[in-house]
Design a protein around this ligand. Structure first.
Ligand code: SF4
Length: 232
C-alpha cells in the first residue's frame, strides 16, 4: 500500500516536471534523461503541432473575453517575422493578426521592402484580445510566451521585427523604452531582432513613419546580407 502511494507520488512529480518543461517549450528529453539508451534527435515541431498543443487555451484570464484565438499566420519558412502586441477588435472577430487599420498599415510597411504578407509570418505577444484593447498584463504575457517561442523555433526566421513596446520588451527581456530600442539590432536565440514602432502608434503619430522606414531599410539590408533577396 505504502509502495503504491510512493509510486503515485513519483508519477505525479514526474507529470508536473513534464508539464513544466512543456511550458518552457521543451517537448522532448535527451535520451540519457529518459534512459532509452539511444540518441533522441532533436525534434522540430510544426506550426500545426504548436497550435494543437495550444488547443482551446484557457491558460490565462484573456480566454474569458476573447472570441477567437489569433494564432498567427503567414509563411512557415519565412525569413522575416513580425511580432506585435495582441489582437484588437477586428483581429478577435476574424481570428487573424493585423487585419484592422493598423494591419493595413503593416501590409504597406511590408510591401515597402518588396515583400507581401504571404512572404512573412505575423504573430503577437498574446493570442487573445485584452478587453477594451488594454495592455497585456505580465501574467498573460508569461502564459502565452512559450507558444510564441515555439512558433519562432519552428519558423526559424533570420530576422524578427518587434512591433512596439510590448513585443520589443518581451522578446528582449528589457524595460527599455521602444524609442531607445528601435532601429537597433539584438539577438534572440541566434535570430536578429530589430524593434520598431507599432503601426497603431504610427496611425496616431504619422510623423514617426520616417523612422520606421529607416528601420525597414535596415531589415531589407539584413535579409540581403543573409543571402536572401527581398523578392523571396
Ligand atoms: S492569451 Fe495566450 S495564454 Fe492566454 S488564453 Fe489566450 S492563448 Fe491562452
Amino acid at each position: 500500500m505504502l509502495m503504491d502511494e510512493n509510486m503515485n507520488e513519483v508519477i505525479s512529480d514526474l507529470k508536473s516536471y513534464l508539464e513544466y518543461l512543456k511550458g518552457m517549450g521543451i517537448f522532448a528529453l535527451p535520451a540519457a534523461e529518459i534512459n532509452l539508451g539511444q540518441p533522441n534527435p532533436s525534434r522540430v515541431m510544426s506550426l500545426d503541432e504548436v497550435q494543437k498543443e495550444l488547443g482551446d487555451c484557457k491558460r490565462c484570464k484573456l480566454h474569458r473575453t476573447r472570441r477567437t484565438i489569433v494564432f498567427g499566420e503567414g509563411n512557415e519558412k519565412a525569413t522575416l517575422m513580425f511580432i506585435g502586441e495582441g489582437p484588437g477588435y477586428d483581429e478577435d472577430v476574424q481570428g487573424r493578426p493585423f487585419v484592422g487599420k493598423a494591419g493595413q498599415l503593416l501590409t504597406k510597411i511590408i510591401e515597402s521592402i518588396n515583400l507581401s504578407r504571404e512572404d512573412v509570418y505575423i504573430a503577437n505577444i498574446v493570442k487573445c484580445r485584452p478587453p477594451q484593447n488594454r495592455n497585456p498584463e505580465p501574467d498573460e504575457i508569461q502564459s502565452c510566451n512559450p507558444f510564441l517561442m515555439n512558433q519562432i523555433r519552428v519558423i526559424q526566421p533570420r530576422i524578427i521585427c518587434a512591433l512596439g513596446t510590448f513585443a520589443a520588451q518581451t522578446l528582449l527581456k528589457t524595460d527599455t523604452k521602444i524609442s531607445a530600442l528601435r532601429g537597433k539590432l539584438f539577438d534572440l536565440e541566434g535570430i536578429k531582432v530589430i524593434p520598431t514602432y507599432h503601426p497603431a502608434f504610427l496611425l496616431r503619430n504619422p510623423e514617426r513613419k520616417r523612422e520606421v522606414w529607416e528601420d525597414m531599410k535596415k531589415i531589407a539590408e539584413s535579409i540581403k546580407n543573409a543571402g536572401h533577396g527581398t523578392d523571396l
